[in-house]
Write a protein that binds this ligand. Sequence first.
Ligand SMILES: Cc1ncc(COP(=O)(O)O)c(C=O)c1O
Length: 668
Amino acid sequence: MRSTSISLDAQCHGPHSSHVTTNPIVELQRDADWSVEDALALYMIDRWGTGYFGVGGNGDMTVAPLQENGIAIPIIDVLREAKAMNLDAPLLIRFQDLLRHRVETLNNAFNSAISEHHYRGSYRGVFPIKVNQLREVVEEILDAGKPFNYGLEVGSKPEIFAGLAMHGDPESLIVCNGYKDPTFIRMAMLGRKLDKKIILIAEKLSEIRAIARIAAEMNVEPWIGIRVRLLSKGKGKWATSGGEHAKFGLSTSEILEAIEILREAKMESAFKLLHFHIGSQIPDIFTIKRAVREAAMYYAKLHKMGHPLEYLDVGGGLAIDYDGSRSEFHSSMNYTLEEYASDIVYNIMDVCDDEKVPHPNIVSESGRAIVAHHSVLVIQAFGAIEKTPLEPRAIRATDHKLVREILEIDKSLSEDNVNEAWHDLQQIKEQAQTMFEYGLLDLDVKARVEALFWEIAERMQSVIGGMDPGEVPEDLRTLKIELADQHICNFSVFQSLLDHWALGQLFPIVPIHRLNERPQLESTLVDITCDSDGKVSKYIDLNDVRETLPLHDLRPDEPYYLGIFLTGAYQDIMGDIHNLFGRVNEVHVFLDPDEESGFYIEEEIPGQSIGEVLAMTQYDWRDLEKRMKSQIDAAIKADRMRPTEGMRLLQDYERGLKDQTYLNFDRP
Ligand SMILES: Cc1ncc(COP(=O)(O)O)c(C=O)c1O
């Protein structure tokens, strides 16, 4: 394994200071002809940023929540303002105006497509609250969606309890997906009693029977939808939501049986909606078109059988171009939001016109496309794991044979022999390891061999950097990855970036300042959990996936911040409390032309305290304090501690329980 030295700089030098990394390969790249345009291109900000993200002339990354129709805010300014409120990184920043902009963009896209194609139904979108249940997010979305009668989708009992109370527009829908028990169904019937357009989507036959029974008991007319299990299947990481073996939905014969059950219950007219969902983040538009046509055909045939359904619900799946490659790669999409809306409208219309049935109202359940852009997670890189400091190179007669051999390799290194030199270098390192294991090598020689190994490996990387990529020997192609440094960042992948850990989903990551400086290092990010999986190991790239991220060196006394973008969908809620880190600090930002900065922070939500996360695992802070007190009392009694010292330490413990869980370098 590569020999490393860890500089936990904040611990060594006080707040925000850090060891300056010196990496000879990249040191060469410091030059004057770097501009913010180069940063935009390197991090592909103008590709995945969709007009929301950019870089100011001073190298600070900006957010324009209304795209070209509003101002751009430097993210670092928001961080500064949050810090003044005692909320440091890791900090989740929500741009509420951006959220509104997404709701408007989606609704406008469907409404434009409807008028362009002369479609004779309307669009009634719903926001699936599982994608981000936070009250302020849901409230903002509902408020922005009022002019469009934009509704909600719920998928569980807690979600229906929230959805029922938050929903106020009688024209907008509440669509209820997921498996249901009598309480869930009763809540939906309560909604019907309040004249809400609340539709229970049957995921299996027994639910139809239960809905019919409970509706009759409560003397209310239910609105029922059926989820059809299409043969069309999604592509990408969430493809198993569709296809014959999907967990949810009814097959063709079950749909016919469901209709029979409704007929027997004299509730045929309750069947209002046909629904499908073939998965989230569908990267390829052809998959969507195919599924829409298949579902439209079900709708048309059911209509012709005498079931005048009012709605066709195309589910979720509208993707986000996380890597900006505009391709059918799993973290991308080969279509635009406008193309998505137009294709759905056109294909439903085409099938319905061919089959001579009326155009249904179109429902879509886009979650990711509404919320992904609005939140940015800012994290601080506070230290680096880097190679062993360089050794003097001169060959000395007293040097160990292995050291002399390794220095000989260095002396004769060239493009022509780089492959052979690499093999020799590896052999010497292995030999050193074997000798060490047999007790034949002292620690100082081992340390020197390892340090020289990495130093020469870096020289080899410089040599192959000058070669035609096709000429680089196979064995040396991954050397750059092995040489990468690691930036240690104050956050938890398990809390804030779960889909990266679990599914390898990519998120754009960019320094939020210093973008007017060329990044000198190739690095990877590791988090502060005690888990080797707690790292970001894959980064966006236009053609492929990058294993390393270009970053700047850490400077003493200057914190280095990175933004993780497009994290607003799913990550907040799915995050877990591995290592008991819990929720991060959060601020909600609104644009305001009356403010000098152009924005203000309306809401501050401090991250969880140590006491709070401990309570989630059944620890009671009073009990913990009591136990500590009795141990300190015993130590005082046994003269192992003076009483004043004991009381001060007890206070430290009690105060500490109220502290936040993430690292804080501002305390001495
Ligand atoms: C039934 C249903 N509707 C909507 C969504 C939201 O999908 P997306 O975030 O891709 O828009 C999901 C998520 O998988 C879902 O299961």
